[in-house]
Design a protein around this ligand. Structure first.
Ligand SMILES: Cc1cc2nc3c(=O)[nH]c(=O)nc-3n(C[C@H](O)[C@H](O)[C@H](O)COP(=O)(O)OP(=O)(O)OC[C@H]3O[C@@H](n4cnc5c(N)ncnc54)[C@H](O)[C@@H]3O)c2cc1C
Ligand code: SF4
Length: 512
């Protein structure tokens, strides 16, 4: 009689997957905590705890439904710490005759699992993960023959294809595809920010296990309590809360930053979605339902802006990843080479914007998009950090960091190391933008208005240094033309002083 062993990866905790809809005594499931996954990069302690807590809770859920579940804890004596080794143990002990796994989201695991069948000498099947709107290859097919990969055209096609926020005449609701211009307001204290939901999951047992086993981590987990949701019920609670209390203001304050509010009106869904506790469809359906039923007033700019992140950016990044890997992980268009300063691991810098954005990343393994892009990534790019270093930091620090969505955002959108595949120009700014969109500059040691001098904001001189040193690669880009017009019109003495200031800051980066 055939017996099947089905592997579930840590980011495949999909309650709605067809695998789990029927209990079959000839099917067993396996989940594993293994060192190859804890050690391929230094992860934030909250990230490791969140994955292990969520996996353990998911295994328990399957057992409660009556499924046969094998679970390897990290400190279990017979754990071989490899997918192949642990599967071999189970095949031998429980006489499994075939293996199945779901399509992995990471290239590294895709390659490893593709070899499983031949290595184990057993029939092996890969099935879909039943999570995304699009298949791995859909974006590649959509842009076939094109030289550029415009998010906007992909997003519009997805809106039409999945009939999301569309009118019967196939035009977008509100007669506009994009409300970005309405989504760029600084936080003005006019609406109260709801408190961040804290799920306070006790992770003492896992923290002790990681310490005992010598797993290297970064960041902290105050009182061993994890603030993030790790079960489907908690994720659904977060979804309901977001739709009623945060969504109405999401659009307006999407790009705002404020020292008092770490999440502002963002959702913090990324972990729950990336491990598939929440599906993108159910999130979008909940948002559209709330907009249509009008029990609370939700502006279209918030609804469209939010849907764009999920149906647009999230699916787009996944498609780019599968189109471009493995080469993508080696791209370094601007040939940046510097190591990240050590305060990326402590948050101890006099630059208030970075102190807060890095500090909260280390405290809670979370920062919202604009902090990741326009503060931390902006600095790393202006300074000239090696994209490998930047990738490793982002992949480690955030609870939602899985390579397919981390690398496309970091190496691509943020560091322009792909030379313009994801973004048509580098996301850089001087202090002007940061001052406009946040309250960081008010309490800062540096002066946002100054380019040179003792307390001049480093972002100002580094901004011009960046354009100056990359003139050969960037000057022809029509989207950056204005920056070069300004740079080349600068009085030569001023220009030289700015460059010297930037070089001083680069050389003394540890003391900034
Ligand atoms: C340098 C950099 C690195 C990033 N690394 C990651 C990462 O490792 N994992 C990750 O999930 N996201 C990453 N992002 C995208 C985005 O910043 C996070 O998804 C978001 O901040 C998570 O917080 P939230 O759930 O509150 O998001 P919200 O602002 O509430 O957005 C809702 C959802 O939209 C999706 N989303 C939003 N922006 C993006 C985007 N650019 N790409 C893909 N999905 C998006 C996410 O699933 C998010 O949960 C990164 C962005 C940058 C600039
Ligand atoms: S002055 Fe410069 S370093 Fe300080 S918070 Fe503003 S942008 Fe950041």
């Amino acid at each position: 009689m055939s017996k099947s062993l089905r592997l579930i990866l840590g980011d495949q905790l999909n309650h709605q997957h067809s695998w789990f809809q029927q209990v079959d005594p000839n099917i067993g499931y396996v989940l594993m905590e293994i060192r190859s996954e804890t050690d391929y990069v230094t992860h934030h302690i909250q990230k490791v705890c969140a994955f292990f807590c969520a996996m353990r809770a998911f295994a328990q859920h399957l057992k409660d439904l009556g499924h046969t579940v094998h679970y390897f804890q990290l400190d279990q004596a017979n754990n071989t710490h490899s997918f192949k080794g642990n599967i071999q143990l189970l095949v031998k002990e429980f006489v499994y005759t075939q293996i199945a796994y779901q399509e992995p989201d990471e290239y590294r695991l895709d390659q490893e699992l593709a070899k499983l069948g031949s290595e184990l000498g057993l029939p092996t099947e890969m099935v879909g993960s039943e999570h995304y709107y699009t298949s791995r290859q859909e974006l590649a097919q959509f842009f076939k023959g094109k030289k550029t990969f415009l998010l906007e055209s992909f997003y519009r096609a997805m809106r039409k294809k999945h009939n999301v926020l569309m009118q019967v005449n196939n035009e977008p609701v509100g007669d506009k595809w994009n409300f970005d211009a309405d989504n760029r307001k600084p936080y003005d204290n006019k609406v109260p920010v709801p408190p961040i939901p804290n799920f306070a999951i006790d992770c003492t047992e896992i923290v002790q296990m990681l310490e005992k086993d010598g797993v290297k981590t970064m960041g902290s987990i105050p009182d061993n309590l994890l603030p993030h949701p790790i079960t489907r019920a908690q994720s659904l609670k977060l979804l309901n809360l977001f739709v009623t209390e945060f969504l109405p203001w999401f659009g307006k304050y999407e790009d705002a930053m404020d020292t008092r509010f770490k999440q502002l009106f963002h959702s913090r869904f990324s972990f729950a979605m990336n491990v598939k506790l929440l599906s993108p469809m159910e999130v979008i359906e909940a948002v559209v339902r709330a907009y249509e039923c009008q029990t609370i007033q939700i502006p279209l700019e918030s609804v469209e802006g939010f849907i764009r992140q999920i149906l647009g950016w999230r699916e787009y990044m996944r498609g780019i990843y599968w189109l471009q890997m493995p080469e993508y992980a080696t791209l370094n268009f601007l040939e940046h080479k510097r190591p990240l300063p050590s305060w990326f691991w402590t948050g101890e810098t006099k630059m208030n914007c970075l102190k807060h954005s890095i500090g909260q990343s280390l405290d809670m393994a979370y920062a919202h998009h604009i902090q990741r892009l326009m503060i931390i990534g902006n600095f790393a790019l202006l300074y000239g950090a090696h994209p490998d270093e930047v990738d490793a930091w982002y992949l480690g620090v955030y609870i939602d960091a899985i390579e397919w969505v981390e690398i496309t955002n970091t190496r691509g959108m943020s560091q322009y190391a792909d030379g313009g595949i994801v973004g048509s120009k580098p996301y850089v700014s001087s202090a002007n933008y940061i001052q406009k969109m946040s309250n960081y500059c008010k309490g800062c040691y540096y002066n946002a208005k100054e380019k040179v001098g003792e307390n001049a904001c480093p972002f100002n001189s580094l901004y011009w240094h960046f354009y100056d040193r990359h003139q050969d690669k960037l000057a022809k880009n029509p989207r950056i033309g204005m920056a070069y017009v300004t740079l080349n019109k600068m009085n030569p003495t001023d220009r030289e002083a700015i460059m010297k200031q930037a070089e001083k800051y680069i050389a003394g980066v540890e003391g900034l």
